[in-house]
Design a protein around this ligand. Structure first.
Ligand code: NAD
Length: 328
């Protein structure tokens, strides 16, 4: 079994690779894993350090938009798990060119190469943000795509390409759409690691607008478990939502992080709201639950405590990343 993981040096992709190579997924116990990653600011070889000695791991530094590199790594691959993307909404507001290139053109390059190589299964990892924003209830997979940020619009475009490659060519593609992830090794620009590391450094945390935007939180281990279920048994051409079931406003989340750090609200700085900020995301996960037996395992309080403990113990991982980001 040969598995190609794109974006395997990023936050979620590296979690998946670490779990595959640690034997957490019996179906991939002997799988050879190739990681294709461009090592953008968000990609980090250190994320794969725990499995770097594995003989089953091959790392290729390269761009998913580069058709010749992609054709090379696609040869003989049974399963593609496609994580590589520009993933930060704020950056897509500041400039969206790279989002369109990587998320749309890069996904197209991979789909085309998978088609030519006759790849067995292609799991395209997407996001709940493609649905837009919802005041009440939860989105089923059939809900129309109404993305509001350049990031989510580029992801939605890649979802449509994935669908087209199934409908037109029969390429066995599944799409997963998951909610907000948290956990170790997340680049410290996303809210949880940004806030935790700021608090560890004695700094304030920037809270957007009225803080009432609601997100559904999912531990990265549960997300990867859902992806693996889809990789093994998801029906080609289908979309599967993956959620965590813990809805929190940013205000609630901030309160919990302040509590974990043992500090008060004086450490919060209110900042102007993000442009076009989606109010609430909520995915209906009944399809993946009933079809594939998915159920999130990590209780939010336990997962958050473990995550805070990880950033506290791994300053050497995040300090250089924040220093480099500050220099730019
Ligand atoms: P990340 O930003 O931490 O990692 C992205 C990885 O992709 C990095 O290693 C980067 O170097 C690599 N990459 C970027 N452009 C590339 C290119 N052109 N060629 C090859 N590699 C490239 O992202 P993440 O948080 O791990 O997200 C992974 C996937 O999950 C993304 O597709 C994202 O849209 C999706 N997703 C993330 C979340 C979340 O909460 N983080 C939620 C839902 C969906």
């Amino acid at each position: 079994m040969r598995v190609l993981v794109t974006g395997g040096a990023g936050f979620i992709g590296s979690n998946y690779v670490r779990r595959v190579l640690s034997g957490d997924y019996p179906a991939l116990a002997d799988a050879e894993v190739t990681v294709l990653d461009k090592l953008t600011y968000a990609g980090n070889r250190a994320n794969l350090a725990p499995v770097a000695g594995s003989e089953r791991l091959t790392f290729v530094e390269g761009d998913i938009c580069d058709a010749s590199v992609v054709a090379d790594v696609m040869r003989g691959v049974d399963l593609v798990v496609h994580f590589a993307a520009e993933s930060h909404v704020d950056r897509s507001i500041a400039g969206s060119g790279d989002f369109v290139l990587t998320n749309v053109l890069g996904t197209h390059t991979l789909l085309e190469a998978a088609l030519r190589a006759g790849t067995g299964k292609f799991v395209h990892v997407s996001t709940d943000e493609v649905y837009g924003s919802i005041d009440d209830g939860s989105w089923p997979e059939e809900h129309p795509l109404e993305p509001n940020s350049p990031y989510s619009a580029a992801k939605a475009s890649s979802d449509l390409l994935a669908r087209a490659y199934f409908r037109t060519h029969g390429l066995p593609v599944c799409v997963t759409r998951c909610s907000n992830n948290y956990g170790p090794y997340q680049f410290p620009e996303k809210v949880v690691p940004l806030f935790v590391t700021n608090l560890l450094d004695g700094e304030q945390v920037p809270l957007y607008g009225d803080g009432l935007n609601v997100r559904d939180w999912l531990h990265v281990d549960d997300h990867c478990q859902g992806i693996q279920l889809v990789a093994e048994a998801g029906r080609p051409g289908e979309v599967y939502n993956i959620g965590g079931g813990t809805e929190l406003s940013n205000l609630d989340l901030t309160g919990r992080l302040l509590d974990a750090a043992g500090v008060g609200w004086d450490r919060v700085r209110r900042v102007e709201d993000r442009k076009g900020h989606d109010r609430r995301y909520s995915v209906d996960i009944s399809k993946i639950s009933t079809e594939l037996g998915y159920a999130p395992q990590v209780k939010f309080d336990d997962g958050l405590a473990a995550t805070v403990a990880w950033y506290t113990a791994n300053r050497s991982w995040w300090e250089p990343l924040k220093e480099r980001a500050a220099e730019r």
